[in-house]
Design a protein around this ligand. Structure first.
Ligand code: AQP
Length: 480
């Protein structure tokens, strides 16, 4: 009742203000008030146990939906996601919200926006691991409201890049790089990344990535990189000819994340160690260069903020399906660089290829299909994949009820059909996008423009912190 009454009063105030200010367009007054109303209503819901939906206010149903969504989302997140327990502190822009609880005379904390950044290397065909472990999470992030601990919707900016500079850390064929890059970008779009909500760009189109990577190279101890498992694994395959770029790959990845003051980085489990390294580099840089009066003076002279330059990012890693394993060995991850194409399902594999790969994939001689038996990694992997490609979320129990008693011969066509059905619409959309190169290039250009703007700002702050001589801004050309 209180809620309903307050909505009516607020709606009347809005209307009265609109009339009093002589505006014909009431929506302008509404939109001017909306931030305050939104937060007030949400807080009331927060302190209320009511379950009915108020219908008298323009903003109430919307906020109620957000609140319900928030609860559902938190439950889902608890079930499916594992977030790093560390917290991020954005040091770039913050959106303040007005003080809207006069009765409590409490100043509300500013709502901190989130920046999401992630990318995939265009080193060949993207596979089910890249899609389920990374890209599909990005789409969820883009499409679902994100909330802070107070239940406020947090503004989110998404940056998704095709990390072509990473792709050359392993031997590559120049004739393939351009096509792989465009094909990866087209797959992002086909999988559901929406350029009106997220920036999509190619890493090498934003020169600040390489430049920041060099600056960070110079402040990162070798010992930190020598611990990186991915380097050890990949270096083994290359022997003496392993490149320095592969060794410093995690620093380039740190630069990618840090340039955008990213707070959330959705990745597969294999990237957890690189994310920890990024956090270490952020702390080291801020400690070394962003303290004391000299730092403040340099910032003042350059006209940049004197806060610490970088933000510590959190990894967002799915609990289930975070590591999709090879079809030929359930104990090693599905990977683009595996020489055997039969080890992976590529997102663009046609139905016949998918069915053949599943038919020939490694299984075992134990009857029944079982989850989480450490002696049966292939069974767990195939069940994880089957679960991940279901049209709607299903419990493990439900899935085991369906397939647990099957033989491999019975299960394989079922999982193959499920994968084919899941990938079909993505593939259809992919070919549409890829067949319109002008539109694709325009999306990538707009993405790069937006990315360059943020990245250049961070790079300037970095150089100021490190004490570089900053050239004066370029003067506009003199008019004739
Ligand atoms: N098997 C996987 N399961 C779950 N997630 C995976 N990712 C990669 N493989 C799996 C996630 O995909 C994103 C992009 O990865 P990447 O291409 O940048 O590099 P990667 O992790 O080294 O992937 P690949 O496919 O194995 O490539 P190659 O063989 O070239 O190194 C990341 O978020 C990663 O976690």
């Amino acid at each position: 009742m209180t809620i309903r009454l307050n909505y009516s009063i607020t709606a009347m105030i809005v209307f009265a203000v609109a009339v009093a200010s002589g505006r014909n367009n009431c929506f302008r007054a509404v939109s001017a008030f909306t931030p305050t109303l939104t937060t007030t209503v949400r807080n009331q819901h927060h302190h209320s146990t009511r379950t009915s939906v108020a219908t008298t206010s323009i903003v109430a149903p919307l906020n109620w939906n957000h609140h319900q969504h928030h609860q559902q989302r938190q439950q889902q997140q608890q079930q499916t996601r594992q977030m790093s327990t560390t917290t991020s502190t954005s040091t770039e822009e913050t959106t303040s919200s007005p003080d809207d609880e006069p009765q409590e005379k409490k100043k509300k904390k500013p709502i901190r926006p989130e920046r999401v950044l992630s990318g995939v290397q265009p080193t060949g065909s993207l596979h089910l691991g890249n899609y389920l472990g990374a890209i599909r999470q990005w789409v969820d992030f883009q499409n679902e409201d994100q909330f802070n601990d107070d239940g406020d919707v947090v503004p989110v900016e998404n940056f998704f890049c095709v990390v072509d500079l990473h792709a050359i850390t392993m031997p590559h064929d120049p004739k393939d790089l351009q096509e792989s890059t465009l094909s990866s970008a087209a797959l992002y779009l086909a999988a559901g990344i929406d350029p009106t909500k997220s920036k999509i760009f190619v890493q090498s189109h934003v020169p600040a990535h390489s430049e920041l990577a060099w600056l960070l190279n110079c402040i990162t101890p070798m010992g930190w990189l020598e611990r990186m498992i991915q380097f050890k694994e990949k270096a083994k395959k290359q022997g003496e000819s392993v490149g320095v770029g592969l060794f410093s790959y995690p620093i380039l990845m740190a630069a990618d994340i840090m340039l955008y003051q990213s707070t959330k980085v959705p990745v597969g489990e294999d990237q957890r160690q690189h994310l920890e390294l990024t956090r270490d580099i952020v702390r080291r840089f801020n400690d070394l260069f962003c303290k004391g009066n000299q730092y403040k003076k340099r910032c003042k002279a350059a006209g940049v903020p004197s806060r610490p330059v970088f933000v510590e990012p959190d990894a967002i890693i799915l609990k289930e399906g975070a590591r999709v394993m090879s079809l030929t060995d359930g104990s090693s991850k599905m990977s683009k660089s595996d020489p055997s194409d039969a080890s992976r399902i590529n997102v663009l594999d046609d139905p016949k290829t998918i069915r053949d790969k599943i038919k020939r994939c490694k299984t075992d001689a134990i009857p029944g299909i079982e989850w989480d038996n450490p002696d049966r990694p292939e069974a767990t992997n195939l069940l994880n994949i089957y679960s991940a490609v279901q049209p709607t979320k299903r419990t493990k129990e439900d899935i085991l009820n369906e397939v647990g008693e099957m033989t491999w011969g019975e299960f394989k066509p079922v999982i193959a059909d499920a994968i084919v059905n899941h990938l079909q619409p993505i593939q259809d959309r992919y070919y549409e996008v890829r067949n319109d190169p002008d539109a694709l290039n325009e999306i990538l250009k707009q993405g790069a423009d937006a990315a360059n703007e943020v990245a250049e700002r961070t790079l300037l702050n970095t150089k100021v912190a490190m004490g570089f001589n900053i050239p004066p801004p370029a003067q506009p050309p003199a008019s004739k």
